[in-house]
Ligand binder design. Structure first.
Ligand code: GDP
Ligand code: GDP
Length: 436
C-alpha cells in the first residue's frame, strides 16, 4: 500500500524543518554512516500510534530562484498535489503575517484536511497568543514548541486522525518495482520497452489511485508485477517539478512503495551523486536493488569495458555489494528480456525463510572459522540465531552482551550468511540482542 503522505507548509523561518525533524525523529539519521551518502532532509517516513506515513518538508524542495510569494505558492501547490494531510505552520513570535494569510488563501482551495500549527509557543504563558490565528479560518490552532518538543504529540494525534483509512490488504504475490534515476537516463524508454514485451493488464489496484501511472503486467509464467512509474511523474510541467530535489522526493516515495528498485544509470554519463543517494536510501529502506546501466548501445566498448564498469560500480557502491548489475539498451532491447527473471529471483531472496536449525549451523561454523571478539577480557558469546522477518530478511542473534558484537563481526556474519544462502539483490539485517 502507498503510505499516506503528510506535507508541511508555511513561510520561511516558522520552524518547518525543526518540526519535520522532531516528527521524523531518529528514523531520519540512520543513513548517515553510509559513506558518500547524505540524506535529504525533505522526506522521511514517520510512525505514530502504529500508523506509518511519509512526511515531506516542502520548504526544502523549492530551489528555484523565484520571488518569495511565488516560492510559498509552489510549496502549497506541492502539498496540495502530493499530500493527504497538510500541516500549515505559523509562528507565535511574529503573529499573523501577510504571507500566512496568503498561504491560508491558497489552502482554502483544497479539500484536504489542514492542521494549523502555531509554532514557537515555548512556554505556557504564550498559549494565549494562538487565538489570533483563528482569523486564518482554518480551524483550531495547535500550540507547539518544535525546539522543545511540546505539543507535537497532539499534532501527531490530529494527523493520524485525518489520515485516509488503510486500504485493502495487498496481494502478497504481486512484485512491486520501480525504475529510479536522473532525468534522461532512459526510464520511460525502458518502461515502454519492458511493457512492449509483456502483457499489460488494466486492473486497478487498491491504494494506487493517486499514482495513476502505475502499470500491472504479467510475464509468460503468470507472475504479476506492478511497475511504479516515476518517469511519468513530471509531465504536468509545473516549475518545481523539474527541480532535482522534487525529483529526489518523488523517487524516495516510489522507493518506499516498491519491493525492488531498478537504479538506472546512463552509460554515456557514468555514476552521479544522485545515484548514490538514491541507492543509499533504498538500502536503508531494506529494498531489493538492481543496478541497470542503460544506453549500453551508445558507448564504445572493447573486451575490458564491462569489467571496468563493474569494478567502478562496486567501488562507488560499496554499501550494496549484493545488487546485481546488468548492462542494457532500451533502444536495441539488449538483455531486457532478462529483467523480469532477475526481479523474480530477487523477490524470492527477499522472501526466503531460513530454518533456525540450518541458520544456527551456519553461525556455529562461522564462529569456528573466526572466533568471536573479546573486549576487556570478556568474550562475545552467541547463543542462538533466528530469522524474525522477510523483506528484508532479518535475523536476531542472541548474545551475552550486545556491546561485544562489533560492527566488523556483524559484517563477517553477514558475509557468511550470504555465502550460505545467497540473498542476491537484497539487504539483510542482523540484530544482536542480549539473551534475557
Ligand atoms: P523553516 O524555514 O520554516 O524550515 O524554519 P526552521 O525550522 O529552519 O526554523 C527557523 C528558526 O526558528 C530556527 O532558528 C529555529 O531554531 C527556530 N525555531 C524553530 N522552532 C522553534 C520553536 O519551537 N521555538 C523557538 N523559539 N524557535 C524555534
Ligand atoms: P527518462 O527521462 O529517464 O524517462 O529518459 P527517456 O526514456 O525519456 O530517454 C531520454 C533520452 O535517451 C531519449 O532521447 C531516448 O531516446 C534516449 N535513450 C533512452 N534509452 C536509450 C538507450 O538505451 N540507448 C540510446 N542510445 N538512447 C536511449
Amino acid at each position: 500500500m502507498a503510505l499516506p503522505t503528510v506535507a508541511i507548509v508555511g513561510r520561511p523561518n516558522v520552524g518547518k524543518s525543526t518540526l519535520f525533524n522532531r516528527i521524523a525523529g531518529e528514523r531520519i539519521s540512520i543513513v548517515e554512516d553510509v559513506e558518500g551518502v547524505t540524506r535529504d532532509r525533505i522526506y522521511a517516513t514517520a510512525e505514530w500510534l502504529n500508523r506509518s506515513f511519509s512526511l515531506i518538508d516542502t520548504g526544502g524542495i523549492d530551489d528555484v530562484d523565484a520571488p518569495f510569494m511565488e516560492q510559498i505558492k509552489h510549496q502549497a501547490d506541492i502539498a496540495m498535489t502530493e499530500a493527504d494531510v497538510i500541516v500549515f505552520v505559523v509562528s507565535a513570535k511574529e503573529g499573523v503575517t501577510d504571507a500566512d494569510e496568503y498561504v491560508a488563501k491558497i489552502l482554502y482551495r483544497t479539500h484536504k484536511p489542514v492542521i494549523l500549527v502555531v509554532n514557537k509557543v515555548d512556554n505556557p504563558e504564550m498559549k494565549s497568543e494562538i487565538y489570533d490565528f483563528y482569523s486564518l479560518g482554518l480551524g483550531d490552532p495547535y500550540p507547539v514548541s518544535s525546539v522543545h518538543g511540546m505539543g507535537t504529540g497532539d499534532v501527531l494525534d490530529a494527523i493520524i486522525n485525518d489520515l485516509p483509512n488503510e486500504g485493502e490488504e495487498e496481494d502478497p504475490d504481486l512484485i512491486k518495482f520501480s525504475l529510479i534515476g536522473r532525468p534522461n537516463v532512459g526510464k520511460s524508454s525502458l518502461i515502454n520497452a519492458i511493457l512492449g514485451e509483456e502483457r499489460v493488464i488494466a486492473s486497478p489496484i487498491a491504494g494506487t489511485t493517486r499514482d495513476a501511472i502505475d502499470t500491472t503486467f504479467v510475464d509468460s509464467e503468470g507472475q504479476e508485477y506492478l511497475m511504479i512509474d516515476t518517469a511519468g511523474m513530471r509531465k504536468s510541467g509545473k516549475v518545481y517539478e523539474n527541480t532535482e530535489k522534487y525529483s529526489v522526493m518523488r523517487s524516495m516515495r516510489a522507493i518506499d512503495r516498491s519491493d525492488i528498485v531498478l537504479l538506472v544509470i546512463n552509460a554515456e554519463e557514468g555514476i552521479r551523486d544522485y545515484d548514490k543517494r538514491i541507492a543509499g536510501f533504498a538500502h536503508e529502506a531494506g529494498k531489493g536493488m538492481i543496478i541497470v546501466v542503460n544506453k549500453w548501445d551508445a558507448i564504445e566498448k572493447d573486451n575490458h569495458t564491462t569489467n571496468q564498469w563493474e569494478a567502478n560500480i562496486r567501488e562507488e557502491f560499496q554499501f550494496i555489494p549484493y545488487a546485481p548489475i546488468i548492462f542494457v539498451s532500451a533502444v536495441t532491447k539488449q538483455r531486457l528480456n532478462r529483467l523480469p527473471e532477475m526481479i523474480k529471483r530477487i523477490s524470492e531472496s527477499q522472501n526466503r525463510r531460513i530454518s533456525s536449525a540450518v541458520l544456527n549451523e551456519v553461525i556455529m561454523d562461522a564462529v569456528a572459522i573466526n572466533p568471536t571478539p573479546t573486549d576487556k577480557g570478556r568474550r562475545l558469546k552467541i547463543f542462538y540465531a533466528t530469522q524474525v522477518s522477510v523483506k528484508p530478511p532479518t535475523f536476531v542473534i542472541f548474545v551475552n552482551e550486545e556491546e561485544l558484537m562489533h560492527f566488523s563481526y556483524l559484517r563477517f556474519l553477514d558475509n557468511q550468511i550470504r555465502k550460505a544462502f545467497g540473498f542476491e539483490g537484497t539487504p539483510i539485517h542482523l540484530i544482536a540482542r542480549k539473551r534475557k
